[in-house]
Design a protein around this ligand. Sequence first.
Ligand SMILES: *Cc1c(COP(=O)(O)O)cnc(C)c1O
Length: 371
Amino acid sequence: MHPSPRDTAVLTIDLDAITANYQLLATTTKGAECAAVVKADAYGLGVERVAPALAASGCKTFFVATIDEGIQLRSILPKPDIHVLNGIMLNTEDDFIAHNLIPVLNSLTQIEDWKRHCGRKEQVFPADIHFDTGMNRLGLTPNERFQLYEQPDLLTGMDIRLCLSHLACADVLDDPMNERQLTNFMEIRRMVPIGRECLANSSGIYLSPPYHLDMVRPGCALYGINPRPEISNPMAQAVHLQGKILQVRDVDSPMSVGYGASHKVMGKGKIATVAVGYADGYLRSLGGNSKVSIGDFKVPVVGRVSMDLITIDVTNVPENTAKPGAFVDVIGPHNPVDVVAKNAGTIGYEILTSLGNRYHRLYVGGKTKLP
Ligand SMILES: *Cc1c(COP(=O)(O)O)cnc(C)c1O
């Protein structure tokens, strides 16, 4: 669908960039299966379009965070394995089974619940076990792990698909925590050698091949975020956000721009107002801290970010370029997600998952037929 004249901001999502990223990650991890993490609506980019494109490009295993995300994904894709990272809560067991979802069991209690449920139904249902090796967030604690070693029966009567753990510092290549977690995970695997091994997120893939194990589960890199922040980004950019100029005005000192009169005009100039604001996920911390592009011109965002608007200094841009109705690139080739994130004092993940729902969303590329 093409944008209508009414649309004042357009978010273009490049499905070919996402599948190219998937292929690059799969090639980098040859020998391991490359799954895809599509939680939080595929990091804000729209799971209904992203997941089928990934499936068409060969992805057979998906991870989501919540059971509702799992149910939604199952309604989109009937075939692939869907793992639910947040695990089970009491009385949700039947929902997992009804929708053919695989719970990641994060505690001994969850393991006992699933085992009881399998027993009640007299069926061996699939599940994963998550061992905590340093995040202290989800997964079996060291204490629970030792209990499990003493009662291996806890894992009978269910079909353990994956043993997984999660790296805390994978984006820092030489952080000693990475190796400690891998060693710890391998020790656990000697005691619990069932199911396949899965450890690496996007950054973990780029640590070294020993981290790939049986399966990798990248998220952010699929969507163009740099998995190795210290070196140049190998991933294709998947997001292009454009906002329309609504007004252009002449200003001169001693005027000010925006809320709090935070930007003082120092001389004759031009200010353009663009229809993107913090309600659209253009974070307020970007006010006075970021740039947007118009054609080949890079111009600063001045004054505070409003709910629906930003103001940019277009003093040095020709009048027929910076004019009402013209689009400026807010996120795109000249302003990649990671740069916008850095300017906002955050990470690309937060920029993508904050992208608002007022944008006209345009999907380009993507095979339509499943293989
Ligand atoms: C979100 C998540 C991932 C994906 O991480 P990225 O850094 O986006 O690649 C992998 N594993 C777990 C457990 C996660 O929560």
